[in-house]
Design a protein around this ligand. Structure first.
Ligand code: SAM
Ligand code: DTB
Ligand code: SF4
Length: 336
């Protein structure tokens, strides 16, 4: 009871302890969800769920070795390589997204890092175009320098997605071609450029609960919390080293979301990859635990893996008494 009082009714903190977060994560499930639901209501309109549309603007052929990713060139997967999409194709998808109820549009590229070349100039143009449609524009393009982040900000970018993916300790079991600290550097560049930060991770990579907490704690103890925290369940892609791992247990997903909600109360917590393998009731638990956004993509895929279609999602939200969120862009909520 005392513990619960301590968690709710307080402003965002940046000094979370490892044991403290472990205790929260491992507390009795219904108590955990109840506390997270209260904090969710304290900081957000709990009936609103933001629909974000994802578009892979450049697919596959990536030089990185992320063990979960079907877009890494070194794994033999069924994913087709696709060079940077034309501006018109991106615009058509963005208009479709807006008309379908999305308020955020995220363009993803299978790049290790951004290079100052013509493709980056083309992405900057896409950002200007999508911003003009009144959508919150997000990009996820790999590592960035501060000056590249500034260029994106000047083009009208709202958010930059750069996930920690897992804990610092487990990082080298999943990715060998870059270091955890490089992720932190890019996030700092994004912050310094005045963009909002979208950073979360994946569960189901074979990590321990302590690793999940390690990842959340790194995010929650940043001087400013990420405004957006995507929680992905591993989408198991044939041909990747992690293809045969077991499906993520729904209660692990719910606990991770609830813990993220409690330690980063103002953030948008996004129920990201893995929804295709979840029942509607399971997704409802995630919303109850504090998730307030979902991703939709083109032709019932996320980037390259299956995902529910937006019409099915809208029906689900309706059945659950939830509604698609209108744009948050103008309000630019305080990140905490
Ligand atoms: N290449 C850039 C990068 O890695 O930062 C941007 C695109 S990458 C697809 C963005 C994020 O998607 C990754 O950081 C990872 O968290 C998530 N992701 C990729 N493949 C996934 C999978 N199979 N299951 C769950 N999440 C995945
Ligand atoms: C994030 O955390 N989840 C989104 C977005 N950021 C780019 C993408 C997940 C995609 C995972 C599987 C796929 O590639 O389809
Ligand atoms: Fe490349 Fe991003 Fe996939 Fe890693 S997650 S292989 S960086 S596209």
């Amino acid at each position: 009871m005392e513990q619960e009082k301590k968690i709710i009714n307080q402003q965002p903190r940046h000094d979370w302890g490892h044991e403290e977060l472990m205790t929260i994560y491992q507390s009795p499930l219904l108590e955990l969800v109840y506390s997270a639901a209260q904090v969710h209501r304290q900081f957000h309109a709990a009936r609103e769920v933001q629909i974000a549309t994802l578009l892979s603007v450049k697919t596959g052929g990536c030089p990185e070795d992320c063990a979960y990713c079907g877009q890494a060139a070194r794994y033999q997967t069924d994913i087709q390589v696709q060079a940077l999409l034309p501006r018109e194709t991106v615009m058509a998808q963005a208009r479709k997204a807006r008309d379908g109820g999305s308020t955020r549009f995220c363009m993803a590229a299978a790049w290790r890092e951004v290079r100052d070349n013509r493709d980056f100039d083309r992405v900057l143009q896409m950002v200007r175009d999508v911003n003009d449609l009144g959508l919150e524009v997000c990009c996820t393009l790999g590592m960035l320098t501060e000056s590249q982040a500034r260029k994106l900000q000047e083009a009208g970018l709202h958010a930059y997605n750069h996930n920690l993916d897992t804990s610092a300790d487990y990082y080298d079991k999943i990715i060998g071609t870059r270091e955890f600290d490089q992720r932190l550097d890019t996030i700092e560049h994004v912050r310094k450029a005045g963009l909002t930060v979208c950073s979360g991770g994946i569960i189901g990579l074979g990590e321990t609960v302590a690793d999940r907490i390690g990842m959340l704690r790194t995010l929650a103890n940043m001087p400013v919390h990420p405004e957006s925290v995507p929680i992905n369940a591993l989408a198991r892609v044939k041909g990747t080293p992690l293809a045969n791992l077991p499906k993520v247990d729904i209660w692990e997903m719910v606990r991770t979301i609830a813990t993220a909600r409690l330690c980063m109360p103002r953030a948008m917590v996004r129920l990201s990859a893995g929804r295709i393998e979840m029942e509607e009731t399971e997704q409802a638990w995630c919303f109850m635990a504090g998730a307030n956004s979902i991703f939709t993509g083109e032709r019932e895929t996320l980037l390259v893996t299956p995902n529910p279609g937006v019409d099915d999602d809208l029906e689900m939200l309706k059945r659950l008494g939830l509604q698609p969120m209108s744009s948050k862009k103008k309000a630019r909520c305080n990140p905490g």
